[in-house]
Design a protein around this ligand. Sequence first.
Ligand SMILES: [Zn+2]
Length: 271
Amino acid sequence: MDNETHVTNEQPASLQARFKDSSQSELTILYSKILQQFPNVRFGFSTKKGGVSRIPYGLNLSYMVGDDPNFVDQNRERFFGKLGISLDLLAVPKQFHGDFIKIVSTPGVYDLCDALITATPSVYLCVTTADCLPIFLYDPITPAVATVHAGWRGTKLKIVEKTIKKMIKEFNTNPAELRVFIGPGSGVCCYEVGDDVARDFDQRYLVRYSTKKPHLNMKLYTKIQLIDAGVKDKNIEMSEYCTICTPSLFYSFRRERLNSGRMMGVIGMDK
Ligand SMILES: [Zn+2]
């Protein structure tokens, strides 16, 4: 039995070479200062670094982008293993750029939703991104956690504000107590949008660096939604990273298109 397991785990020589080549970089995970203050909260956000997938995929964690699923399995084991989270405790949304929000109490794959909320310990909520904003919320009083996926559509739909309203309705969450981390995503430095997208946004979220197309400031609009929902400024942490102009650390759909891998972020409460 032991022998059999050993043989199954062994890689063919050609695979080993690729494995070595693309995993030269050390596993790199981003953490949040604001969430780290709570020892019962488990949180991490992946980068490209430290995976087994062939170039350009690296530490890609999505099965949906053309990467070899066996490599994705190994990448997920590396990332979630480093965080001490068992893969069978993940709640993963099948995101579709809408504003459906689900309250969950068990791990699993959840269809057609871009935000998950749980008050159940040991259910670890995920969000998958390349340029869209990943947003992580923690209510230390209830306690409860939530993840939100917001591209320009979700931002326009105010999904993060709606998620907080749902937490208030369901758990009587006090927004003034919420701690929020806005992860790496398209920065205003690079996120050029067409006039069809721009016309849906207030001028204060649009920057025109030249006479060319405007740039959308999704991070600012997300922060304003949080403040409008009652979150305190001091309880919001925003990643400075722009995924589009930081190719050493992040995948970017805008930059890489079809060859873009995906990062994942995860948040949950230990028992
Ligand atoms: Zn940028």
